[in-house]
Design a protein around this ligand. Structure first.
Ligand code: NAP
Length: 330
């Protein structure tokens, strides 16, 4: 019996092109003592994968080595086990890579409930949810009555950020790249305002949507919206720098706003990456599961089929063509 996996064979120049991957067919391996064999059912495609492909050693996680399976998180079922923590039939989640089968020694593998759909887990309980939760509750620390703005607001992380803030009694403004996404934010998710950053009058719309300025900024993108948003942040405002997707495929990242405003308005700016906080997954997972169970968080997924479509699928994130959490169903 054989299976497919995606190997990274070249570093991307700027954009992700098909020639940097090789899809190989291999025999399904047998787990050694202490190991399990997992049959993957769903893979998660995330913007961070672009960073993991680059050669940059000065980051929060080492790059994927050339020739190795491309790193990605996924959900699967244990089909052979030599590890009593993960019996045959257990549903597990972890960074198992872009692959149909994976061997694991259990490190970084978590058993997850079978009751919830895989889509709900990858969209809410997994990386998007814990990222939104950490950024909102640990970095921005919102208070009712404040105004929060979030970029890539219709994406997996941004849509949860805005809903969490709405549930806490904030005024929430989302920034997204299409009118359809903006309508979903206001009509389905209850955002107070949603603005298309590609509109020529973006700055005017932003000014109208934030008459009392902006207290909290959850930054997912950089790019066109960042400068105008920065200018509307109130004294003592806080910025959580979660992602800068507009810069991931550029030779030179954008310079960003002047630091003078940080002094004048006494701003706090904090970057964060979730691997530093993975020890809090049980706590965050429980809180997110409870919010989901109470109907406080809605999500939508963008599902593509088959491992052979995973490599081109990643680019949907950079073209803004994903409508919801991007998932590969195997
Ligand atoms: N710090 C962490 O630990 C952590 C963890 C997870 C994610 N993140 C970051 O959070 C951000 C969102 O991730 P996600 O998984 O939720 O992805 P996502 O928002 O579901 O998808 C990415 C979205 O980014 C937007 N985008 C792409 N290029 C853009 C550009 N040049 N300017 C403005 N917007 C652009 C697109 O939406 P539009 O149609 O609106 O343009 C696209 O749909 C990413 O920057 C990611 O790296 C960070």
């Amino acid at each position: 019996m054989s299976y497919h996996s995606v190997k990274l064979i070249k570093r991307p120049e700027l954009e992700i092109t098909e020639d940097i991957f090789n899809i190989v067919t291999q025999d399904i391996p047998t787990p050694a003592e202490g190991e399990v064999l997992v049959k993957l059912s769903h893979l998660s495609l995330d913007p961070a994968m672009r960073g993991w492909m680059s050669a940059d050693e000065n980051s929060y996680i080492p790059p994927v080595k050339l020739g190795d399976t491309m790193r990605a998180s996924g959900i699967g079922e244990v089909v052979k086990s030599n590890n009593e923590r993960f019996p045959v039939g257990a549903r597990v989640m972890g960074l198992m890579g872009l692959t149909e089968y994976a061997i694991s020694d259990g490190n970084g593998l978590n058993v997850i409930p079978k009751e919830l759909p895989a889509e709900a887990i990858l969209s809410v309980i997994a990386l998007p949810g814990i990222t939104a939760y950490h950024g909102v509750f640990e970095v921005l620390k919102p208070e009712a009555g404040q105004t929060l703005i979030v970029t890539a607001a219709a994406g997996s992380v941004g849509s949860l950020v805005g809903q969490m803030a709405k549930n806490l009694g904030l005024t929430v403004v989302g920034v997204a790249g299409s009118d359809e996404k903006c309508q979903w934010l206001t009509k389905e998710l209850g955002f107070d305002h949603a603005i298309n950053y590609k509109d020529a009058d973006f700055v005017e719309q932003l000014t109208q949507a934030t008459p009392n300025g902006i207290d909290l900024f959850f930054e997912n993108t950089g790019g066109l919206a960042q400068g105008p948003i920065f200018e509307r942040i109130n004294p003592h405002g806080r910025i959580a720098v979660c992602g800068l997707i507009a810069d991931y495929q550029k030779a030179e990242p954008a310079p960003g706003p002047s630091w003078v405003g940080i002094i004048k308005r006494r701003l706090s700016i904090q970057g964060f990456t979730m691997p530093d906080h993975f020890h809090r997954i049980p706590e965050y997972g429980q809180a997110l599961g409870s919010m989901l169970g109470k109907g406080e968080l809605k999500y939508r997924t963008h599902v593509i089929e088959g491992i052979e479509n995973a490599t081109s699928g990643i680019n949907l994130l950079f073209d803004g063509k994903n409508t919801g959490k991007l998932i590969v169903k195997l």
